[in-house]
Design a protein around this ligand. Structure first.
Ligand code: CAA
Length: 261
């Protein structure tokens, strides 16, 4: 793996740890960081040893405090659109990464930070996490997918309230509206994320990746196309060694030993 300036990356026991690291700006995403994330995601996608990815923010205070406002301030319309398209493309790449991605939200997840969490498959929050889309208070709309992913996750009415008021919500409220899957004490956040990763890694990685692709593709394609895609994916599973092993282990009343292929 390459080394990065604004992202810390490590890999252990099948888990890839991505930590956004810009302590001087509460891990706000400048263009250099988004470019680094883009390259890192390509590396992760190619690495079969990584089965689950955990994304978090450096330090105790912030997950990601949004896109970098200082860098955005002088932009014009064309450059603004290009910046939005860049962020969108990288977050969509993360959403469609073959491996499952868990956001471990340790603090502020605002603007682009909330959008980063929304592009992950599963969100676990520390009790200290705060979510919000403050953009309308800055005279802009969310630009890295927030207007689209937030309503898909929490519903239109709640998403509009968050977007229009720009108010922050705490972890308990985020859990209540289905924005996060789980809330834990701050000191238990990484343990909880690892435990979730561990539960996923007990299953067939090929089946997990196909299930992820089926949800992501199908949900945007309408039920008819979505279930047709599911049938293709389901059929493909029967070409894997994991399917033979999983079903044989069941019949033989033992635990499966998946080879993830
Ligand atoms: N961009 C650039 N710098 C940021 C930043 C951001 N999004 N968020 C925080 N920082 C910087 C601050 O400017 C400050 O730097 P200095 O020490 O050099 O002054 C440093 O990080 C620490 O921040 P604060 O002193 O403000 O810390 P705080 O505890 O008082 O407040 C906060 C924390 C509430 C998160 C506050 O920093 C804040 O409101 N940040 C901006 C949040 C925001 O509006 N995010 C959305 C950005 S727009 C966007 O993301 C568009 C999109 O959809 C892509």
């Amino acid at each position: 793996m390459s080394s990065y300036e604004n992202i810390l990356f490590s890999q252990e026991a099948g888990i890839g740890y991505v930590t956004i690291h810009r302590p001087k700006a509460l891990n706000a995403l400048n263009a250099a960081t988004v470019d680094e994330l883009d390259r890192l995601l390509d590396e992760i996608a190619r690495d079969a040893a990584i089965q689950v990815v955990i994304v978090t923010g450096s330090g105790e205070k912030s997950f990601v405090a949004g896109a970098d406002i200082t860098e955005m301030r002088p932009l014009g319309a064309i450059a603004g659109r290009a910046w939005g398209q860049k962020g969108q493309a990288v977050f969509t790449k993360m959403e469609n990464l073959p491996q499952p991605v868990i956001a471990a939200v340790n603090g502020f997840a605002l603007g682009g930070g909330c959008e980063l969490a929304l592009a992950c498959d599963i969100r676990i929050a520390s009790e200290k996490a705060k979510f919000g889309q403050p953009e309308t208070g800055l005279g802009i709309t969310p630009g890295f997918g927030g207007t689209q992913r937030l309503p898909r996750i929490v519903g239109k009415g709640r998403a509009k309230e968050i977007l229009f008021t720009a108010d922050m919500i705490d972890a308990a409220e985020a859990y209540r509206i289905g924005l996060v899957n789980k809330v834990v004490a701050p000191e238990e956040l990484m343990t909880a994320a690892k435990a979730m990763a561990g539960r996923i890694m007990k299953r067939s990685a090929s089946a997990v990746q196909l299930a992820k692709a089926a949800v992501n593709r199908g949900i945007e394609a309408g039920l008819e196309n979505g279930i047709a895609y599911e049938a293709e994916v389901f059929g493909l599973c029967f070409a894997t060694e994991d399917q033979k092993e999983g079903m044989t282990a069941f019949v033989e009343k033992r635990k499966p030993e998946f080879k993830n292929r």
